[in-house]
Write a protein that binds this ligand. Structure first.
Ligand code: FAD
Ligand code: SF4
Ligand code: SF4
Length: 460
């Protein structure tokens, strides 16, 4: 019997979408979503669940979809994940739940992420009245409103705590809002899912930089526990000559200005230079997002420069595929050695590389090929080679133990300070949305068990 192929979501045409910021993937129609749900074998052992860091009951929500009970599917997901429309869009499903799906043995896993997105969007379209929560008398402060902070806040609020999130920016969401571009994750979706938290009674105090506007110790005095979910927003540079020329951006600054500060609008108070010939250094999701954003900002040519080969590119395969479809060039086994120009970028000097023995992380080490330097003309360079956590909090609170720039925690997220927890990129270095959410959940459970065990309502 022929096996039914996995359904693919509709997408905007590659040529058209390169000129606009509208979402690339259009998701499933109801008919296709139900058809895809029918492919699930409803396995008793459900190995897919072990691939999901927050443990969504995947066959459970898919079963409801098969019955066209999308509200019921939403309720099943809500038991473990408050941000399904976001995770359905940006989770690296292919290396998580879908990798573990039994149908992946035939290279044809159930499209779990796309189904989750469908349910998330359905939930948003219906609006939801939150259930009344009995307060337990405790107060929790959460620093940072990225996925780690939001998840910790949601779980603590569900358990009856009064929760206040302190966010440095004027908009909540962390990287979901200022990093991942609109064409991959519409901001209306992010704001709608955050509204769910606000409806549960979580207060979000914006424009508050903890460590400047208010001190960690002040929060510790006022709240029973504090969760630090400050992410990893400090850009890393190559430290090569010319990196201070006008026209060199960190991906972080470039994307934040465009996503959060409206720099794509002609009358923006904080514009970015619109490069014609743009080089993006790096090959992760951040590099793909920067390259595809530069294209939409009007660049005629965008080139990704990466020092290893295609198989080591850290970006999701889907993002690499989308970037190539849109005409982004990949210059592999190539490493920049200098940015060229007098006051502004005029080009970039690169060196060819070859792959050598594996490094400490098991990836082949890139080795420069002597005498292989060449110059590439460009008028803008975007550095997307990584980020690290901002050291502000540990500087003003030296009791907060750090190790190589990362907040040290135990397996429950507890830091070196009593009743101060941390999780997400701040405690791991740059990782993924769902890992940050899982860390937020773990810390919430520990907070709940430590402070009000008998009244804890967090599952598991
Ligand atoms: P963040 O999302 O960074 O949130 C931290 C928040 O804390 C921010 O809002 C920040 O303003 C705030 N903050 C920092 N310091 C303070 C302070 N002192 N006081 C108050 N507030 C503070 N992951 C995926 O899974 N899939 C993807 O497709 C993907 N694409 C990405 C694309 C880009 C461009 C980037 C940058 C990252 C991407 N990631 C992706 C990674 C993912 O977004 C992060 O791993 C995740 O957002 C980390 O969550 P977090 O809550 O730990 O931190
Ligand atoms: Fe898969 Fe991510 Fe959804 Fe979990 S949250 S089921 S890993 S897409
Ligand atoms: Fe369905 Fe795949 Fe999970 Fe089996 S492993 S229950 S087929 S999603």
């Amino acid at each position: 019997m022929a096996v039914q192929k996995r359904n693919k979501p509709l997408e905007q045409d590659p040529v058209e979408r390169g000129k606009n910021f509208k979402e690339v993937s259009l998701g499933f129609t109801e008919e296709v979503a139900v058809n895809e749900a029918m492919r699930c074998l409803q396995c008793k052992t459900a190995p897919c669940i072990s691939g999901c860091p927050v443990g969504i009951n995947i066959p459970g929500f898919i079963k409801k979809m098969r019955e066209k009970d999308f509200g019921g599917a939403g309720s099943v997901i809500s038991e473990s994940n408050l941000l399904p429309a976001i995770c359905g869009r940006v989770c690296p499903q292919e290396t998580q739940c879908e990798e573990k799906c039994v149908l992946n043995k035939l290279g044809n896993p159930v499209a779990i992420g796309a189904l989750e997105r469908f349910v998330g969007d359905y939930k948003i379209s219906q609006g939801e009245i939150p259930k009344a929560i009995t307060k337990n008398g405790g107060k929790i402060a959460v620093i940072g409103s990225g996925p780690a902070g939001l998840t910790c806040a949601a779980d603590c609020a569900k358990a009856g705590f009064e929760v206040t999130i302190f966010e440095a920016f004027h908009m909540p969401g962390g990287v979901l809002t200022y990093g991942i571009p609109e064409f991959r994750l519409p901001k209306s979706i992010v704001m709608n899912e955050i509204q769910g938290l606000i409806d549960m009674g979580v207060v979000i105090e914006k424009n508050v930089v903890v460590g400047r506007t208010v001190m960690l110790d002040e929060l510790r005095e006022e709240y029973d526990a504090v969760f630090i979910g400050t992410g990893a927003g400090l850009p890393v540079f190559l430290n090569i000559p010319g990196e201070n020329l006008a026209g060199v951006y960190s991906a972080n600054e470039y994307l934040t200005r465009i996503n959060l500060m409206g720099a794509r609008l002609d009358d923006s108070a904080t514009p970015v230079q619109k490069g014609k010939n743009v080089v993006v250094v790096g090959a992760g999701n951040v590099a793909m997002d920067s390259a595809r954003t530069a294209l939409r900002m009007g660049a005629e040519k965008v080139t990704i420069v990466y020092r290893r080969s295609r198989s080591e590119m850290p970006a999701r395969l889907e993002e690499i595929h989308h970037a190539e479809q849109e005409g982004i060039e990949m210059m592999l086994l190539t490493n920049p050695v200098a940015v060229l120009g007098e006051t502004k970028v005029e080009g970039i000097r690169c060196q060819k590389m070859e792959l050598g023995a594996p490094d400490a992380k098991g990836r082949p080490r890139p080795i420069p090929i002597v005498g292989s330097e060449f110059d590439l003309f460009c008028d803008q360079v975007i550095m997307a080679i990584g980020t690290s956590p901002n050291p502000l909090l540990s500087k003003v609170s030296p009791e907060l133990k750090m190790d190589r720039g990362i907040i040290v925690t135990d397996e429950n997220g507890l830091t070196s300070m009593p009743n101060v927890y941390s999780g997400g990129d701040a405690a791991t270095g740059a990782a993924t949305v769902i890992l940050a959410m899982s860390a937020g959940r773990k810390a919430a459970k520990a907070i709940c068990e430590t402070l009000f065990c008998s009244r804890c309502k967090i599952n598991g």
